[in-house]
Design a protein around this ligand. Structure first.
Ligand SMILES: *[C@@H]1O[C@H](CO)[C@@H](O)[C@H](O)[C@H]1NC(C)=O
Ligand SMILES: *[C@@H]1O[C@H](CO)[C@@H](O)[C@H](O)[C@H]1NC(C)=O
Ligand SMILES: *[C@@H]1O[C@H](CO)[C@@H](O)[C@H](O)[C@H]1NC(C)=O
Ligand SMILES: *[C@@H]1O[C@H](CO)[C@@H](O)[C@H](O)[C@H]1NC(C)=O
Length: 268
């Protein structure tokens, strides 16, 4: 009765969904849902990380490699890799593969193994703003490059290298509103394949104020608004096709504004 008698609201919903899909940017959303967790997970008012198109390796080394973060545009073309990362393609190829999840806190303690399909269908939803990072499971890193080789051989990493380092990939998919709170490690790149990822960065000598088990979203709501202008981090939201470079030991926290697919190249 409900189905037969009221087609119009359903049709309207379908049209809205179709419009949302077609309006979601050049790269599309790959079938990954984009609805955010509400008003909290939004873009910054002003991006304070430099965006550079067609940066040469010499300029990268001179101005950024050891000094400051930068967002690189147009460096590689990963449209083929992106197509392989649609929800449908990844589920068809890797749905039964067991993946390893980490908790989304600064010092990730717990690891959980479960089939990729189960993660996508049960856990990949917008983050509840009140949940704790150490209670949230996050798919990033711990990838099995043997089982997923047919995907990763299509990824073109940023072509810049630092002497004495070896690149290593970490691939992930995470729900809107999720993210990893402040932490630091060696230098590297992070590329968004689908969705948007907001970054917060501090230089090594400027340790931010944060609780290691709270989410980036909680930090953004509770701590960020009271920061004096001089205490604010560098910040910017990157989108599909953009690559953020972070130098050695820079503090950083991330916040996925949409369901996001992303891959980092760590220079260890
Ligand atoms: C990227 O490569 C695809 C083919 O894989 C091509 O169709 C597309 O035009 C390229 N995009 C750019 C910006 O070069
Ligand atoms: C998560 O961290 C909070 C605060 O640090 C702590 O009270 C809680 O027991 C932790 N939860 C788990 C599952 O370890
Ligand atoms: C964070 O959570 C972990 C386990 O989830 C716990 O062992 C640790 O004590 C917590 N840290 C703080 C500062 O509460
Ligand atoms: C990766 O997958 C292969 C094939 O299933 C398996 O033999 C291997 O133990 C896995 N490696 C890791 C590090 O889990």
């Amino acid at each position: 009765m409900a189905w037969g008698g009221q087609p119009r609201p359903l049709l309207a919903l379908w049209l809205l969904a179709a419009l949302a899909r077609s309006g979601s940017g050049e790269a599309g959303d790959g079938g990954w849902r984009r609805a955010g967790p509400g008003a909290a997970a939004v873009e910054e008012e002003r991006c304070t990380v430099e965006r550079r198109a067609d940066l040469t390796y010499a300029e990268f080394m001179q101005h950024y490699a050891f000094l400051r973060p930068v967002i690189l545009q147009g460096l590689t073309n990963n449209s083929r890799f992106r197509a392989l990362c649609s929800r449908e393609r990844l589920l068809a190829s890797f749905g039964d593969n067991v993946i390893r999840l980490s908790t989304a806190n600064t010092y990730s303690y717990q690891k959980v193994d479960l089939p990729f399909q189960e993660y996508v269908e049960r856990l990949l939803h917008p983050q509840n703003p009140t949940s704790l990072g150490n209670d949230t499971l996050y798919f990033f890193g711990d990838n099995n490059f043997t089982e997923w080789a047919s995907l990763f051989r299509h990824y073109s990493p940023p072509p810049f290298r630092l002497l004495g380092t070896t690149p290593a990939y970490s691939f992930g998919i995470a729900g809107a509103g999720s993210g990893v709170p402040f932490h630091w490690h060696g230098p590297g790149f992070s590329e968004v394949i689908y969705g948007r990822k907001r970054w917060f960065l501090y230089p090594p000598e400027k340790t931010p104020e944060f609780h290691p088990n709270k989410t980036t979203l909680a930090w953004l709501q509770d701590t960020y608004p009271a920061l004096a202008p001089s205490a604010r981090p560098l910040e910017c939201t990157i989108r599909a096709g953009e690559v953020l470079y972070f130098p050695d030991r820079w503090w950083h926290a991330t916040l996925n504004l949409d369901t996001s697919v992303f891959i980092s190249t760590f220079l260890g």
